[in-house]
Design a protein around this ligand. Sequence first.
Ligand SMILES: [Zn+2]
Length: 126
Amino acid sequence: MSELKLCQGTKCHTYYTKDRLKGQQGSKTYQTRRRSSMYYGSGNFCSFTCQSDWFSEFGNKAIDHFGRTTEPKHLTEHNAWVKDYDWRGGSDDRTHLYYYVNQITKEQRPLTEAQYNDSNYTLNER
Ligand SMILES: [Zn+2]
C-alpha cells in the first residue's frame, strides 16, 4: 500500500462529503482527506478549494517569509530564454530537437535532451 498523505487544507475536515466521514460505526467524524496523490498545490491539497483556504490563511505570511516582490521585474534578453522542442516525427527517426529560444532576440541555441530535462540548467541570469 502506498503511503497516504493528508490534505494540507485548513478547512478540509469541515466539508461534508461522504468520503471524509471516517471511523468506527457510531463514532464517525468528518476528517481531513488522505490520498496517495493529490493534484493541487504541488501535491499538497485535495481540491482547489482546500488550496484557496490555505492561501487565504497563510498566503501573506508565506510571501513575506520567502520575499515579497516590491519592484516590477523586467523581461530582457538576459532572462528571456525558454526551452522548446521540435517533434521530428519520421517513422524511423522519432527524436525531438531540443533548443533554447530567446523571447526577445529570437535567437535559438541547441540543447541536449539532458539539458532540456534539467530544471536547474538555464541560460537566464538569475
Ligand atoms: Zn482537502
